[in-house]
Design a protein around this ligand. Structure first.
Ligand code: IMP
Ligand code: MG
Length: 178
């Protein structure tokens, strides 16, 4: 099996580009039907979702906009409170159908924090699209509208996802050697 080394860790090939692409096509087909006429705004979350967003948007054929934001996380007033602030959203999303484009939903904490902030901007509705979903790790009730791939709770890299900043450029997805 194909293996790679990133920094101090070894990873095995897990999901090949062709399968990733097919899975993205499947959700894009669904979006092209369900979001037709809704004039959606896709909101891609940097850095992780850059590759997924690029591939997805080539397959989305309905009129739509795409914009990119970054999440800044810092500790809140109490040391346990994680605050996620959305940076770089300059256009109004009031009254719009919003589609969050994320790399991965793990515990779901990030998504819950993001939804809370975006809801304050009064969109018409918020849909969630994620390249990867780890159902066993989910700790929050979340309705994921578009999931390209469901995976076990292993640590993975590639296709936008990183290990300590590296590996985002890999066109296949790799799993940490156990
Ligand atoms: P959550 O808030 O626990 O759902 O975590 C979401 C964030 O954790 C993602 O946006 C990723 O940045 C990171 N993450 C979770 N699992 C992985 C993984 O397997 N590889 C790389 N990053 C991950
Ligand atoms: Mg992320």
């Amino acid at each position: 099996m194909k293996s790679i080394k990133i920094k101090d860790k070894e990873f095995d090939l897990f999901i090949e580009e062709e399968k990733i692409s097919e899975s993205i096509q499947r959700i894009a087909d669904k979006m092209n039907v369900e979001l037709d006429g809704k004039d959606p705004v896709f909101l891609a979350i940097l850095n992780g979702a850059f590759m997924f967003a690029g591939e997805l948007m080539k397959k989305v054929t309905i009129p739509s906009e795409i914009t990119f934001v970054r999440l800044a996380s810092y500790r809140g007033i109490s040391s346990t409170e994680q605050v996620q602030e959305v940076l770089g959203l300059n256009e109004s999303i009031e009254g719009r159908t919003l589609v969050i484009v994320e790399d991965i939903v793990d515990t779901g904490n990030t998504m819950v924090a993001l939804m809370k902030q975006l809801n304050e901007l009064n969109p018409k509705e918020i849909k969630i699209a994620t390249l990867l979903f780890k159902p066993e790790a989910l700790k929050n009730p979340l309705n994921l509208d578009y999931v390209a791939l469901r995976i076990p709770s292993d640590f993975i890299v590639g296709y936008g996802l990183d290990y300590d900043g590296y590996g985002r450029n890999l066109s296949d997805i790799y799993k940490l050697k156990s």
